[in-house]
Write a protein that binds this ligand. Sequence first.
Ligand code: NDP
Length: 478
Amino acid sequence: MKFPSKLFINGDYHDSSSSRHTTLTNPATEQAITEVASAHVTDVGIAVESAHRAWESSWRDLPPGKRTEILFTVARVLKENVEQIAQLEMQNIGKPITDARDEAALGARVFEYYAGAITKFCGQTIPVARGGFDFTLRQPMGVVAAIAPWNFPFPIACWKTAPALAAGNCVVLKPASLSPLTALLLGELAHNAGLPPGVLQVLPGWGSAMGDALVTHPLVRKVSFTGSTTVGSQIMQLAARDLKRVSLELGGKSPNIIFADADWQKAAETSPMSVFSNTGQDCCARSRVFVERSIYEPFVEKFVAATEKLVIGSPNRPETQLGPMVSANQRATVEEFLDDARKHGSRIACGGGRPAAPGWGYYLEPTVLLDVNKADRCWREEIFGPVAVITPFDDETQMLRDVNASPYGLSGSLWTNDLRRALRVARAVESGVLSINSHSSVHVEAPFGGFKQSGIGRDLGMTAMEGYTELKNVYVAE
Ligand code: NDP
């Protein structure tokens, strides 16, 4: 299989200005698969400045119909290459192939959505008090820096890039060092589909080495970031110096609330994948499960039984539901959480260790923790691994206090058949996304993002496209 290995700048692959490379390891085999060049701060300057030139000379002023046509072609080319994208993602981060195919197709759908959105993206006509004629324009910003994480590399790269391009910006995309391959392929395929050179640049490389140069470059007008709350906060501080716009999609510790009147059997059977999917490396993972006490015992029993049935294994088998974790480091971090849970007397209802087979790969069993103290790390912190904590509750008001005591507020689920309760509790949960009687968080057409330390701004939907524009008000005297 051919792996992209260089920076994608101005419509072609280039060596880095430094000799640094990153070795990529397949997490399922622990074998090195390829080396990818790491961008240097010099490359950041080259990529941003030429993206700015591409913006001024072509993309900004392209008629909306032409931009639509190009982005629809990008979507079509991505669809034609779903298998190649999925294979790269699987080898790079150990993503189960069925999920990798779904995520590649999701990326194509995101381009399709924003291609169609271009000609429906309107300003307003405002009846101002002094008369005359007043209207608003949504104008592109210039160069957007998009910084993506390793847990959903391809769809997140698409859902940052597509709305920014649709709104008339150029993009410099920095994938995570662990997962640069599908971002590079996105650059290449989009260029082959007709995106002019320089409109989408892809810079693999270490955030610690070149991230500051990208965020602070004077021609970067907006930074769109998904990753940890710590790095998100650093980016916001750097961006504040010259008031760059930021949107940040950060961590989570999302609740899954099950009332006794719900179809709790269905909730118990489906909830494991709401936390263990992607081996728990998911900012939306419903990792704190609150269950009304009258159904707590049977719920836990069913949840554990459903967890034990999950298929863990080689990512290239279509039936695999849980692959390895992304890296040895990420697994070690999660194992520290499990050690902490043991030390503090939590009960491990299932999992808790590495599976016996296959004997290699960064696998970790999905783990259910009970009797966790609300002061413990496993209760409070984002684990970003396959660990769920289940706790009973007696009183709705106290349960909501516990739900909202988290500094995070990204996602969550609520299970009840009582409509009034559903509406009341949905309003009370402090999160940017909530699903009732479902675990579905991401809809291409709807805004996605967090309250509190889970972030600022929204990805997806028309809200994301607005976030890649400046709003101008124009008044015409009569
Ligand atoms: P980071 O926040 O470190 O990385 C996310 C992205 O930011 C990567 O592209 C990374 O590049 C880049 N980055 C890192 N430092 C800088 C910087 N100074 N300036 C600009 N960009 C930078 O997350 P990690 O990958 O280290 O994961 C750590 C934890 O973060 C996880 O355990 C999890 O808790 C959380 N996380 C949350 C995600 C989410 O979806 N909300 C996604 C990923 C992680 P590079 O890879 O080169 O460091």
